[in-house]
Ligand binder design. Structure first.
Ligand SMILES: [Zn+2]
Length: 103
């Protein structure tokens, strides 16, 4: 049976777009164990402008078919994890969410 793709819209409150993107990255990382999740394609939009979506992960394809787990606007070279399947588990160091970020 072919699996269909769906998007789950999860409304949150946040101080600004950067904080919302940070929250989305951390929420996605916390769910990386779900095989159904296409984590790299996570986006954020303003509630009143859902057609303008902002990627939260770089998601550039790396050697070996894995994807870059760093934030979409990261500086420097893309990051490569050491183990397949740990793509988003090892990426928690590119930024840290504070209590203010998580409003
Ligand atoms: Zn990258």
């Amino acid at each position: 049976m072919t699996r269909q793709r769906y998007v789950i819209h999860l409304t949150v409150t946040s101080r600004d777009l950067d904080s919302a993107r940070s929250l989305a990255r951390n929420l996605t990382r916390s769910l990386h164990f779900l095989p159904e999740l296409s984590a790299g394609e996570t986006t954020v939009s303003a509630e009143d402008n859902q057609l303008s979506q902002h990627r939260v992960f770089c998601d550039r394809r790396l050697d070996g078919g894995r994807r870059c787990p760093l934030s979409a606007d990261h500086l420097g070279a893309c990051f490569r994890t050491s183990a397949p399947g740990d793509v988003f588990a090892d990426a928690a160091t590119d930024d840290t969410v504070t209590a203010d970020d998580a409003d």
